[in-house]
Design a protein around this ligand. Structure first.
Ligand code: GUN
Ligand code: ZN
Length: 440
């Protein structure tokens, strides 16, 4: 019997399927006095506390009552080198990239800077209850190295890749088609499948890649079919116009990525707001995954993601913060803004669907349900502990709540890192102590 067995006690909540409506109680299990038995970083049992503790009397128990224990949050799109770009004023996408983002990313040529930002990034992610994320690093291999090394140090299930970009970017922030291929290949060999890491081949977007580079990215995708592909798609009207001017023969924006073999069921497409019918049909057919980035889309004034329209076509959408155009590291705040974007289109984001989305739903988009996204026995013990009464406003509102859905909605609308009591990574408590960011 493993010496480090432990029991986490609290209200447990896990989803088994996408809820089919507010009354779909079969879609989830919520145990009022529940427990998770953790052994060797995995969930060994999930059930009523009395039963789990009887079956494992040797296990030390951590009592999180009355808080909620859920699978750790999953963030499907963010930019690790943009931690110092968040909250930069005044521009829409293309000017925002040129004015704020590219200058910040140039600094990641410096390994000391990249290492320090990686520590700060992972502290922030964990403080907000996120245990898996898919990140773009900068064009510099050292940034991906810093990212994966820090993730490995914390034993986190993380996905990422260095961006490939060989045009329309300043000096110090471009590779070449060949260099992008070679550096990506070397990083895949070094990190993909090592520990809990997976690699995402990451051509930034069609504007910053020549056709030669997209061809090389497609070759990498063909050579590594189990790696992810991530890029950006149809975020902003000016972006789309510029993109189509660079690829005049393409039928549409997605057709560019399609032509180079970059659209498959492990492809994550950030934003995907202004899509043409052909693009939607193609996603439905081949399985590319749009990723909704609510706080970013509002911040940059990009547009309203049509979640309901895409779902109606059978497309699986992810949801993400998109730091640093996104304005919060919190998947709870992401749900808050997502709710409002859907409201503007007369669509609804019920709290059961919302919490399914940032846990099991995003895990399913990644094809990693065997490992993460639920409290199922055998999966990795990445868990977030949430306090529905974390702030005075939440506590007052929670007094009047009469159902699980109401409590979840309080977290969805009012929650942030203050609602995260603890974050467990493979069974270890990892929420950083609050304080100033990592220094050298
Ligand atoms: N499109 C290409 N690069 C980026 C980026 O860094 N952020 C956002 N929001 N969109 C992009
Ligand atoms: Zn992005």
């Amino acid at each position: 019997m493993s010496a480090d067995a432990k029991i986490l006690r609290g209200r447990t909540l896990t989803f088994h399927a996408e809820p089919n409506g507010p009354d779909d109680t079969a879609a989830y299990t919520c145990l009022e006095d529940g427990a998770l038995l953790i052994r060797d970083g995995r969930i060994a049992a999930h059930g009523a506390y009395a039963e789990v503790s009887r079956a494992a009397p040797e296990a030390e128990a951590v009592d999180h009552r009355p808080h909620l224990l859920m699978p750790g949050f999953i963030d499907l799109h963010l930019h690790f080198p943009q931690v110092q770009v968040v909250a930069s004023w005044g521009e829409q996408l293309l000017d925002w990239l040129n004015t704020y983002t590219f200058p910040a990313e140039v600094q990641f040529t410096d390994k000391t800077h990249a290492d320090r930002m990686a520590r700060a990034f992972f502290d922030l992610v964990l403080s907000h209850g996120t245990t898996t994320a898919v990140a773009f690093c900068s064009v510099h291999p050292a940034s991906a190295e810093a990212y994966f090394a820090e993730a490995a140090r914390r034993n986190m299930r993380m996905i990422g890749g260095k961006v490939m970009m060989d045009r329309n970017a300043p000096d110090g922030l471009r590779d070449t088609a060949r260099q992008g291929y070679d550096e990506t290949k070397a990083l895949i060999e070094r990190w993909h499948g090592k520990g809990r890491a997976s690699y995402a081949i990451s051509p930034r977007f069609a504007i910053t890649s020549t056709p030669d580079q997209l061809e090389m990215a497609g070759a990498l995708a063909a050579e590594h079919p189990d790696a992810y592909v991530q890029t950006h798609l149809s975020e902003n009207r000016d972006e789309i116009d510029f993109t189509l001017s660079l690829y005049p023969d393409a039928p549409d924006y997605l057709g560019i990525y399609e032509r180079y073999g970059l659209v498959h069921d492990k492809t994550l497409l950030g934003h995907a707001i202004h899509l043409e019918p052909r693009e939607i049909d193609l996603l439905a057919e081949v399985g590319g995954k749009p990723v909704f980035c609510p706080t970013s889309n509002l911040f940059l004034g990009s547009g309203l993601f049509d979640d309901g329209g895409l779902r109606a076509k059978g497309i699986q959408n992810g949801i993400a913060t998109d730091i640093g155009a996104g304005t919060s590291y919190s998947m709870l705040q992401t749900l808050n803004e997502g709710y409002k974007i859907l409201q503007l289109q007369n669509q609804k984001l019920h709290p059961l669907n919302a919490f399914h989305w940032i846990t099991r739903g995003n895990a399913e988009v990644l094809g990693q349900l065997q490992e993460i996204g639920t409290l199922d026995v055998g999966t990795e013990a990445d868990i977030v502990v949430l306090d529905v009464a974390a702030t005075p406003a939440m506590a007052l509102r929670a007094e009047a709540a009469t159902s699980l859905s109401e409590e979840l909605f309080i977290l969805q609308m009012l929650g942030d890192d203050r609602a995260v009591v603890e974050t467990y990574v493979a069974g270890e408590a990892m929420k950083p102590q609050s304080g100033s960011p990592a220094r050298d």
